[in-house]
Structures are given as structure tokens and as C-alpha cells.
Design a protein around this ligand. Structure first.
Ligand code: FEO
Length: 388
């Protein structure tokens, strides 16, 4: 396996995970990559690492350029094991290498691996010389773990951004001018919605720092490297991190005997009448991680569940738990659902939407099977509320 040159003396030496379909609950239909980068200079430096199953692939790619035992520095921008779990094997082969990491990076790596490796903790904005090149480290805590940092090489105009700006895409293409950009942006949106969304404020701080750096290439740790569409992905991050929602509704629902489904269609009708774009997401056909991609820019989040055993359907509960954790902000919520006798589901959904901090539209609840007249009323009443 070969390394891929990013710029003269800088190589991609990562691994391609063609089979990954579940990344802690996030469905990764296109697989992923674990990107690691090799800089050949007076101090030979490896930036990031790969998941342990892919150690041999990384080492083969490194060995196509240089004897891996010659590596002086390993920059560990992030502790999470998709970027660190090869370290024990790597440091057996390369025992004199020094790990450059943030203070929380050192703590996290010690907790994970229980090893007394050669750590050198770097401060935020500290620069080290590699010879002709240098690396400046910028701590970016909680984008998306406390240990995160990015590394910047001014001589090559490269930002090594780790998870930020990543996408879960497995491909033999490495660069954004070799792969359909609409797919890269869509996967970047999914990645943001499922991993980074809770940390908008921290992302904005990191973007402010990035705006002061001169780079033309973003070497991230998953998926495709940005070199042609750098401005576009930065602009998308500015938008997503500000929780800028547009006039769009996502209607998420499950149903037992189609009554809640009929109500979902009546809710949809109201948005369509007002020319507000709608996206229907039936929980038996859509994965919760794909729903997050859809709702990242949607102002209206409508959630429907019938009552089951005095509660809500498990599919709706799973979605609400997932969405609440990812904490979208500045949204308007609507709860709806049918019931037979207890009728608790709508109140439960509404409470969770309130706990998310959403502004709430009056909830909609109907017993047993809605009539045509009931459905028309749902549409008319909702139009009325939305127009106010
Ligand atoms: Fe790709 Fe937070 O690890």
C-alpha cells in the first residue's frame, strides 16, 4: 500500500475502512477513513493515527516512504480511539518517538492506555520546529472532546484539523477535486449534525482562530481532504455552528395503525399550504442519524407518536434521546399523536421538546382514528398558528 502525496514532503498515510456502517450509533453508509499524515523533515513527524485494526495498513503506507522506526514525533491531536488505538503497536515499533499532545490529551492517553510513554505536552499557540517546517498547535477543547487540538503548518499552508471538517466516506480518492463535492458536503453536514452539533460555541471560537491562519488545505482525520472547496466548508461550519435555521419543517413520526401517520400528513399539508419546505421522516424507514442531517437547518421539528403502554413508541423515544443529546437550538417544536384511552404520548413528546429549549406550538392529540374532518381541522389550525 502506498502513501499519497498531499504536498512535497507531506503524505497521507491513513487507512480506508470500507465496511464501517455504525460509528457509535451513527449510520455510516459510505464507510470512512482514518487519516494520518507523515511529514518528512529533520524531525520526521506522524500526525494522528488510525484505529487498531488498521495499524498494518498505516505502517505499510509509511514504509513506502520511510522506515517507520525513524519517526521522531507523533502528534496526537485527539484521544478518541479511532485516532489513537494504534499507538501501543506503533510505539512498540518506534519506542523513541515523542508524543506531542495537549494537557488533556496526555491525561486521556494515560487513562486509555496506562503507559508511561514519552509525552511532550504542548501549549495552545506553541510552535515547534521540524527543520524547514514548523507546527503550531491550537487547543480546540470540546470540538468535540476536551483534549482536541489542531496543528498548523504555515510553510505548507496546511491545517491538520482532526475531526473538524471530516466526513465518513471510504474512497480511493483523497481530495475534494477528485470526488463529487455535493456528496462530500452532504456527508460533512451529516458528520456535523451527528458529532459536532452540541459544540457550536466552541466551533465558533475555533473558526475565529482559523480565520487568522493562512491555509489552503485542510487535512482532516476522516474522509476527503479539502484543497479546492476550503472556503465552502468553512462557510458551512459558520452557518451550522450558529444554529441558523431556515423555513423548513421536518416531520418525524412512527405509527401503530396509521392514525398518527394520517395526522403527520395533515401536519405536512399545513406547511405545504404555506409553501414551507417539508421533509417527512418515518422512523421505520429512516435512521436517526439521517434525521439529524435533515433537521440541522430546519426551523420546525414536528414529532409524532401514538400512545403505547402509557408511553411513547420506543423508536420515537430513541430519536428524542438522540436529538436531545445533540442539542439543536433556536427551533420550534410540535408534538402530535393518536391514542386509544390513556393518551400520554403527546405530553411526553412535548415535554422533551421543551427540555430541548424549543419554542412550542400547541400540541395535537386525537382519539383512535381521525376522520377527514379531524384532519382538515389539524391542517387549518396549524396554518392559523404558523401565520401568527
Ligand atoms: Fe474521529 Fe472524535 O474521533
Amino acid at each position: 500500500m502506498k502513501a499519497v502525496m498531499v504536498k512535497e514532503g507531506v503524505y497521507w498515510v491513513g487507512a480506508i475502512d470500507w465496511n464501517l456502517r455504525n460509528f457509535h450509533g451513527y449510520m455510516t453508509q459510505r464507510g470512512s477513513t482514518y487519516n494520518a499524515y507523515l511529514i518528512i523533515d529533520e524531525k520526521i513527524t506522524l500526525i494522528d493515527n488510525v484505529k487498531h485494526d488498521f495499524y498494518n495498513e498505516m505502517i505499510e503506507r509509511i514504509a513506502s516512504i520511510i522506515d517507520p522506526s525513524k519517526i521522531d514525533y507523533v502528534v496526537q491531536n485527539h484521544v478518541e480511539m479511532d485516532h489513537s488505538s494504534s499507538l501501543p503497536m506503533f510505539l512498540n515499533a518506534c519506542p523513541n518517538a515523542t508524543i506531542l499532545t495537549s494537557p488533556n490529551g496526555e491525561k486521556g492517553l494515560r487513562h486509555h492506555f496506562k503507559k508511561d510513554w514519552n509525552f511532550r505536552v504542548v501549549k495552545s499557540n506553541e510552535t515547534i520546529s521540524l527543520g524547514k517546517r514548523s507546527l503550531t498547535f491550537v487547543h480546540t477543547p470540546m470540538v468535540h472532546w476536551p483534549d482536541n487540538m489542531v496543528s498548523y503548518c504555515p510553510e505548507e499552508k496546511i491545517l491538520f484539523s482532526n475531526d473538524a471538517f471530516g466526513q465518513h466516506i471510504a474512497s480511493s480518492e483523497r481530495f475534494d477535486d477528485e470526488y463529487p463535492v455535493n456528496i462530500i458536503l452532504e456527508e460533512a453536514r451529516k458528520y456535523y449534525g451527528n458529532i459536532v452539533l452540541p459544540y457550536g460555541e466552541q466551533v465558533q471560537k475555533a473558526l475565529a482562530i482559523a480565520s487568522g491562519l493562512d491555509f489552503d488545505t485542510i487535512c482532516n482525520s476522516h474522509g476527503i481532504i479539502w484543497r479546492k472547496h476550503v472556503r465552502e466548508i468553512l462557510a458551512e461550519y459558520v452557518k451550522w455552528s450558529s444554529n441558523e435555521a431556515k423555513e423548513k419543517a421536518v416531520i418525524i413520526y412512527d405509527t401503530m395503525w396509521d392514525s398518527t401517520k394520517k395526522m403527520a400528513m395533515a401536519v405536512r399539508e399545513a406547511f405545504e399550504e404555506l409553501d414551507i419546505p417539508v421533509h417527512m421522516m418515518f422512523l421505520q424507514s429512516n435512521h436517526i442519524s439521517d434525521i439529524m442531517t435533515e433537521l440541522i437547518e430546519a426551523k420546525y421539528i414536528c414529532v409524532g407518536s401514538p400512545t403505547l403502554n402509557n408511553g411513547i413508541l420506543p423508536s420515537v423515544a430513541a430519536f428524542l434521546t438522540y436529538m436531545k443529546g445533540l442539542a439543536p437550538k433556536n427551533r420550534v417544536g410540535l408534538a402530535f399523536g393518536s391514542y386509544g384511552w390513556g393518551g400520554q404520548s403527546v405530553g411526553i413528546v412535548e415535554n422533551i421538546l421543551k427540555e430541548c429549549g424549543f419554542e412550542i406550538l400547541p400540541s395535537i392529540k386525537l382519539q383512535y382514528v381521525p376522520s377527514g374532518e379531524d384532519l382538515n381541522k389539524i391542517t387549518e389550525n396549524l396554518i392559523d398558528k404558523l401565520e401568527k
